[in-house]
Write a protein that binds this ligand. Structure first.
Ligand code: GDD
Ligand code: MG
Length: 367
């Protein structure tokens, strides 16, 4: 089977992480995010994948190549300008088989695509959407179904008064190629959620209630949650299996003198100085340096970050090549962009976002 993955969004809600790295290849526990999706597809026998790119397409291609390392045939389609989720589908039309999967490219999941396909065949659907229960559907597409699983209504980003089910569109569809016939011509900006699915109601649109793990990683909070869930084995991934076999601590560094607390992943070339602590659901990318008495908890530090003595980092994300001075406190969903320099004695909190290249002098910010 074939799959089209939508990977062309700008990832605005994940900025400044996505200011310099396209969302599909933002590292998640040491590997490009889309690699998790490709491994999930492969487990369900899908080996022919088209990536619908737009924003920073070359960077995506540079990281993933032709897919052969993952045992997948990977092709790239580059939209001249953002065409929306439906426009990206229409743009791919010439490459598509009669029946194919279409997936949002920012979802970490292990739902059963094989069972979804079985239901699609059984009901004779033209489109089968995976549905997943969430606490607050307002950030998603709300889907109301009838007892026979046919979709009665699809409401993208519903208002509070419309929240009468917790089932949302999980961003994994099986489509028959003929649903493209009635769409606006290629090159038009179209939302599949707002403009195609509502027109398919009563005309072969079905919902499949998925089980397992599901998370849209498109905000810093959810990106961190997905990190914790991989480390703790709450979602079925190859990384999780590797971690599970090694006592939840994948430590590749040669220079660890401080304490490393599972679950944790520490990549090659890192150093953790004496009396420093790293762990409790943290990830260090390659070449990270942690100085004496520093503490890193429930945080992600990408490649080549340097953390000064006595600095604490909790529940935050630090981009590539960031330098943080001594005695800083970074806590509560802070996102630091690539190449930022933070002088000593700064306190960053409450979801602060520091954009790439910024230099904060010593003691510039306190709470
Ligand atoms: N190629 C291409 N071109 N891809 C795009 C474009 C585009 O113009 N716009 C968005 N995408 C991709 C994004 O990269 C992402 O992988 C996917 O389409 C969904 O876009 P988001 O911007 O992340 O949408 P959302 O999270 O607000 O809502 C969507 O996903 C929810 C589940 O996570 C909708 O499909 C909702 O109905 C759904 O519940
Ligand atoms: Mg999303």
């Amino acid at each position: 089977m074939q799959a089209l993955i939508l990977a062309g969004g700008e990832g605005t809600r994940l900025r400044p992480l996505t200011s310099t790295i396209p969302k599909p290849v933002v590292p998640l526990v040491g590997r490009p995010f889309i690699a998790y999706m490709l491994q999930w597809l492969r487990r369900h026998g899908i080996e022919d994948v088209i990536l619908g790119c737009g924003f920073m397409a070359d960077a995506v291609r540079g990281v993933l190549g032709d897919g052969s390392e993952l045992g997948i045939r990977l092709r790239y389609l580059e939209e001249p300008r953002p065409l929306g989720t439906g426009g990206a589908l229409k743009f791919a039309e010439d490459l598509l088989d009669e029946r194919f999967f279409m997936l949002n490219g920012d979802v970490l999941t292990d739902t059963d695509l094989t069972a979804q396909l079985e239901q699609h065949e059984r009901t004779g659907a033209r489109a089968t959407l995976a549905l997943y229960p969430v606490e607050d559907p307002s950030a998603y597409g709300l889907v109301r179904c009838d007892a026979d699983r046919s979709v009665r209504e699809f409401i993208e980003k519903p208002g509070l008064e419309e929240l009468d089910t917790n089932l949302i569109n999980a961003g994994a569809y099986i489509l028959e190629r003929d649903v493209l016939a009635g769409m606006p011509p290629a090159g038009t900006n179209v939302s599949i959620e707002r403009e195609l699915f509502p027109t398919l109601v009563g005309r072969g649109l079905y919902g499949y209630e998925a089980n397992g793990y599901w998370m849209d990683i498109g905000t810093p909070e959810r990106y961190l949650q997905a990190t914790y869930d991989i480390l703790e084995g709450k979602v079925s991934t190859e990384v999780g299996r590797e971690l599970g076999g090694r006592g939840l601590a994948l430590v590749d560094a040669s220079a660890v003198e401080g304490r490393v607390v599972a679950p944790v992943m520490v990549a090659a070339g890192c150093s953790v100085a004496p009396r420093a602590m790293v762990g409790d659901r943290s990830v260090l990318g390659e070449g990270v340096t942690i100085s004496e008495r520093a503490r890193v908890e429930a945080s992600v530090l990408l490649e080549r970050v340097t953390v000064g003595a006595g600095t604490t980092i909790t529940g935050s994300i630090v981009g590539r090549g960031v330098t943080i001075g001594d005695g800083c406190h970074i806590t509560g969903g802070v996102v630091v962009g690539e190449g930022v320099t933070i002088g000593s004695g700064n306190t960053l909190a409450a979801g602060a976002r520091i954009f790439p290249g910024v230099e904060l002098p010593d003691g510039a910010i306190r709470f």
